[in-house]
Each structure stands twice: as structure tokens, then as C-alpha cells.
Write a protein that binds this ligand. Sequence first.
Ligand code: HEM
Ligand SMILES: *[C@@H]1O[C@H](CO)[C@@H](O)[C@H](O)[C@H]1NC(C)=O
Ligand SMILES: *[C@@H]1O[C@H](CO)[C@@H](O)[C@H](O)[C@H]1NC(C)=O
Ligand SMILES: *[C@@H]1O[C@H](CO)[C@@H](O)[C@H](O)[C@H]1NC(C)=O
Ligand SMILES: *[C@@H]1O[C@H](CO)[C@@H](O)[C@H](O)[C@H]1NC(C)=O
Ligand SMILES: *[C@@H]1O[C@H](CO)[C@@H](O)[C@H](O)[C@H]1NC(C)=O
Ligand SMILES: *[C@@H]1O[C@H](CO)[C@@H](O)[C@H](O)[C@H]1NC(C)=O
Length: 339
Amino acid sequence: MASKILLTCSCLILSLCFGGARAQGLSWSYYDVSCPSFEPIVRAQLKKVFKNDIGQAAGLLRLHFHDCFVRGCDGSVLLDGSASGPGEQSAPPNLSLRAEAFKIINDLRRRVHNKCGRVVSCADILAIAARDAVFLSGGPDYSIPLGRRDSLNFATVNEILENLLPPTSYTSALLVSMDRKGFTATDLVALSGGHTIGIAHCPSFARRLYPRDPTMDKTFAKNLNATCPTTNSTNTTVLDLRSPNTFDNKYYVDLMNHQGLLFSDQDLYTDKRTRDIVTAFAVNQTLFFDKFVKSMIKMSLLGVLTGSQGEVRANCSARNANAVLVSSVGEAEEKRSGF
Ligand code: HEM
Ligand SMILES: *[C@@H]1O[C@H](CO)[C@@H](O)[C@H](O)[C@H]1NC(C)=O
Ligand SMILES: *[C@@H]1O[C@H](CO)[C@@H](O)[C@H](O)[C@H]1NC(C)=O
Ligand SMILES: *[C@@H]1O[C@H](CO)[C@@H](O)[C@H](O)[C@H]1NC(C)=O
Ligand SMILES: *[C@@H]1O[C@H](CO)[C@@H](O)[C@H](O)[C@H]1NC(C)=O
Ligand SMILES: *[C@@H]1O[C@H](CO)[C@@H](O)[C@H](O)[C@H]1NC(C)=O
Ligand SMILES: *[C@@H]1O[C@H](CO)[C@@H](O)[C@H](O)[C@H]1NC(C)=O
């Protein structure tokens, strides 16, 4: 009974907020018939993976963000040869996606396809894996619409640099970049809360130490100095010093205490347009979770391929062997429609 009410209620909210999802060809029940065990398989496997190394949750969440922000959530980031994919031949050095995250996605794909055949896309597997990364590290649980198709092409270095701003960015630049994708200031602050888990390498923040960025707490900076004796040190440190492995609202408490690791994080508290949102999330975790879920669902809809666009890859790292022949028409249409 309660679950029925919840279902009706969430469908109402979802159709109000995400009516576009259906128009884009995604569905809340996409694999209900073709692969009902898809989500249970992913959740059970990730539970095991995270028990062994909770850091992989952060790796998967970030991978989904990079997939969606560059060309849309189409699995392009997973392709070998992608400027940020497993080959990494031409990746900008500052991307540093975890190699293990790519392996986990391919392993999940193997498990899901063994059970159901080649029906679930790599883009959907990554989106569900990111959702589970949030939940299994202490965050909210939620549903996302499914039916994404996998791209035939990977993104170039330039596309990546245009769509993923560096951690030296001011809030102003982030707001402009987010607005271009239809995201608000609240979306920006909520999504940045992804930094409540995971790590960063010294080059991502060490320039804030020499000399010390005045928006950084003195003791915090001094401790970081030991971790990063030079800006090019290969050491890492946690993004959220209060609870580095738990998905909670402590990241915002860090910012209020001038203990944000990246400049782009700390500036959300410096800038008047986002400061109150940071404070609101720091004092109310329920509010943060609500907004984060909304923004994550919104992010998971960016530029998706659906219907007969793209393909369902048999190997997340490579397009299917016959892709050129069967999909050349779809691919041409895809380009014309601006994906
Ligand atoms: C707003 C703009 C953003 C910037 C400038 C940014 C930048 C960065 C940087 C520089 C790192 C550290 C990379 C390294 O040194 O290894 C990082 C890590 C991370 N980011 Fe972001 N990020 C942004 C948004 C997001 C979003 C929207 C999410 C997800 C919702 C996210 C999730 C993560 C996670 C989970 C990590 C840790 C990864 C790991 O431990 O392997 N980030 N980000
Ligand atoms: C990565 O570094 C390049 C320069 O090496 C810079 O132009 C770019 O903005 C950086 N991107 C990110 C996402 O940090
Ligand atoms: C970090 O150490 C360098 C010297 O190695 C010093 O110049 C700098 O002021 C220190 N920064 C902080 C925040 O302590
Ligand atoms: C960081 O790396 C340097 C070498 O670059 C090393 O001397 C130092 O002990 C490391 N510090 C930590 C905290 O890992
Ligand atoms: C790292 O940077 C320091 C100066 O900050 C420089 O002396 C050193 O040669 C650099 N090391 C590498 C491996 O690039
Ligand atoms: C926290 O946010 C939730 C969700 O918006 C709201 O229902 C609740 O009243 C807030 N709690 C407080 C103490 O403000
Ligand atoms: C998947 O594709 C990659 C890239 O082409 C290749 O290296 C790998 O061996 C393939 N994996 C399987 C299981 O075929």
C-alpha cells in the first residue's frame, strides 16, 4: 500500500519534472521485460566491489559525470581511443579517471549480458552504477529513466576541455557553463556535492598552497603542504576531509570552514550567488539529498541517444564490428540533429 502510494506519487512528480524524458525516448520501465535482473545484478556486484574498496564508488560517479557532460550520457567516455577513455593516449593529464572504473563497467556488462543477452547499453550500466555508488556509500536511493543507447564515436580532447572546466574555475565560469546545459545555480551546488566522496591529485589543487590561497584555512593548507611538497607531486588526498568515504552533506560543512580542497569548490562559498545554497545544504542533509537526486536525474538525461540511434555495445570499450554498416544512416541523422 505504502509503496503503491509512493509509486503514484513519484510518477506524478517525475512526469511533471521530467516529462521530457519520455519525449526523449527513455522510460522508467525500459528493461522490465527484457532484463528485469539488470539493476539487482549491478547492485549486488557493486556491494561486493565497494566492500573491498569503497574508493571505487567515487571513480564510478565521476565517470558518469564525465560521460554526460561531454556529448551526453552515451557511453562515449568508455570507448578505447576516447581522450579520457581506457586507452588514454591523448587524455589531458588532469583528468585522471580511475582505470579500475572502466574495468568494473565492463565486468558489470559481462554479467548483465550473460543473463539477458546484449540488450542493456553501456551508457545505462554506467548511469545505474553511478546511482548505486551514491546509495551504497550512504546517499539517497532513487530511480532513473533508462533506454540510453551507446555512441559510435568517442569525444576528442577539445570536446572534453570545452565541456569540463578545470578545478581552478571561478563560480562565474561554472554558472555560465552549467547554464548552457540547462542547469541552475542550485544544480551546480548540488552536483558539486559529488565531491563528498573520492580523492584528488596534487596538481588539481596544489597551486592554492604556493602561496596560500587566502580563502583556504591555514591549518588545512599547512597539512596539505606535507602531502604535496611540490605542485607536481603525484600524491592524492581526500576531497571531503570530514567524511571522505561517506556520501553525506559534510562537503558543504568543509566549504563553510574554508576547507574545500579545489578552488572551484571553495569559490561556491565565496560567491554571493551560491553561498546561501551551500549553507542550506550544510545545515539540512535532506534538502541536499532531494536537490542532488533531481540534478542527477537531470544530468542523466543530457544528450541521450535513444530508439535506433547508436547501438548497444557488446564490449563497452569498443563499438560493434558491424556498426558502420547498420548505423551509418542513424549516425548521419544524429549529426544533423546536433548531438
Ligand atoms: C563543477 C565542476 C567540477 C569540477 C571543476 C570538478 C573537478 C574535479 C577534479 C579536479 C577532481 C580530482 C581529479 C584528480 O585530481 O584526480 C574531481 C574528482 C571527483 N569529482 Fe569532480 N568536478 C566537478 C563536478 C563534479 C560532478 C558534477 C560530480 C558528480 C556528481 C563529480 C564527482 C567527482 C568525484 C566522485 C571525484 C573523485 C574521483 C575519484 O576519487 O576517483 N565532480 N573533480
Ligand atoms: C587540463 O589541463 C589543461 C592544460 O594542460 C587545461 O587547459 C584544462 O583546462 C584542464 N582541464 C581540466 C578539466 O582540468
Ligand atoms: C608551504 O610550504 C612552502 C615551502 O615549502 C611555503 O613557502 C608555503 O608558505 C607553505 N604554505 C603553507 C600554506 O603553509
Ligand atoms: C608525497 O610525495 C612526496 C614525494 O613527492 C613524498 O616525499 C611524501 O612523503 C608524500 N607525502 C604523503 C603524505 O604521502
Ligand atoms: C616538479 O616541480 C619542481 C618545481 O616545483 C621541479 O623542480 C621538478 O623538477 C619537477 N619534477 C618533475 C618530475 O617534473
Ligand atoms: C530540510 O529540508 C527538507 C526538504 O526540503 C524539509 O522538508 C525540512 O523541513 C528541512 N528541515 C529543516 C530543519 O529545515
Ligand atoms: C574490448 O575492446 C577492447 C578495445 O578494442 C579490447 O582491447 C578488449 O580486448 C575487448 N574485450 C573483449 C572481452 O573482447
